[in-house]
Design a protein around this ligand. Structure first.
Ligand SMILES: Nc1ncnc2c1ncn2[C@@H]1O[C@H](COP(=O)(O)OP(=O)(O)OP(=O)(O)O)[C@@H](O)[C@H]1O
Ligand SMILES: [Mg+2]
Length: 272
């Protein structure tokens, strides 16, 4: 269980998050939605300690991760793998080496890139790539891959950390629809098959509803909704996306997601 107890984060006068308290059971896949600036990335950064809470506490299975220091903090970071919108692969290195870099945190010293990874680690990297349907790309430089391929390689790299939690910050925001489906299916697969807790910031409500067990909606640093996808109402969606009853303040994404919900409250099937 990931417990987020009354966590607050301020940047100067900006309250990026105020008293956020969702408890996330291990093995859940959570979609975090909200408009730009709502506090989604801040939440993920607080969980893996890229940012420090101004107050409150975060605990994993009872261990207060917001107080970890030194090696214990590094261990925690390696148990929380991050997936970024821009993939963050090393462009000039080949795919297999990028994937092996996911093991670096397991080594006492930085391994020289090609020599110090064990045979077992190399085999593990090949298996991770096979699972993400990318083994044929192993020797290609990362910069030659499509966005969707790069993100799947980034997921393979994350798997090398053997994480408890994957924190994905807008993992499909730069992808075409087909690649976005493959990446969301890959995240769902590691969640279901490996029991990895996945917390995924998403811009589109439909994606969150389609792939996640639970949705947390944030607006202005506050949790406006925390529940099952089917429990979201149009009114709540309007509050999350800041849409006024009279229609003022509608932006394009909020209009389409709100309208989509009105048309079809049921989950849409995952496209092949
Ligand atoms: N390092 C920082 N310094 C100052 N303000 C920050 C910092 N990081 C975030 N903020 C502010 O905190 C608020 C929440 O930002 P955050 O990046 O978490 O939003 P977000 O929901 O991820 O938005 P987006 O969808 O655009 O990625 C914003 O007002 C942002 O400007
Ligand atoms: Mg963000």
């Amino acid at each position: 269980m990931l417990e987020i107890r009354a966590v607050r984060k301020t940047f100067g006068k900006v309250d990026a998050l105020r008293s956020v308290t969702p408890g996330i059971p291990a093995g859940q896949m959570v979609g975090v939605i909200g408009r730009s600036g709502a506090g989604k990335s801040t939440l993920l950064r607080l969980i893996n300690r890229l940012a420090e809470p101004s107050s409150g506490q975060i605990a994993w299975h009872g261990e207060p991760v917001s107080e970890l220091r030194g090696r214990a903090l590094l261990r925690w970071r390696s148990r929380c793998a991050m997936i970024f919108q821009q993939f963050n692969l090393v462009p000039r290195l080949d795919v297999i080496t990028n994937v092996l870099l996911g093991r670096v945190s397991r080594h006492a010293t930085l391994p020289s890139l090609f020599k110090r990874f064990s045979e077992a680690e190399r085999a593990m990297a090949v298996l991770a790539l096979e699972r993400l349907d990318c083994s044929q790309l192993a020797l290609q430089r990362a910069e030659t891959l499509s966005g969707g391929q790069q993100q799947r390689v980034a997921i393979a790299r994350a798997m090398m950390q053997e994480p408890d939690i994957v924190l994905a910050d807008e993992p499909i925001a730069s992808l075409d629809p087909r690649s976005a489906i493959q990446v969301m299916q890959a995240l769902r697969a590691i969640n279901r098959e490996d029991g990895i807790t996945v917390i995924c910031n998403l811009h589109t409500l439909d994606t969150a509803r389609q792939y996640c067990d639970r949705i947390v909606g944030i607006a202005g640093g506050e949790v406006m909704f925390d529940g099952l996808p089917g429990e979201l109402t149009l009114d709540t969606v309007r509050r999350i996306y800041g849409v006024e009853g009279d229609g003022s303040g509608f932006d394009e994404s909020a209009t389409s997601t709100a309208a989509g919900l009105e048309r079809s409250p049921a989950r849409e099937p995952v496209a092949a």
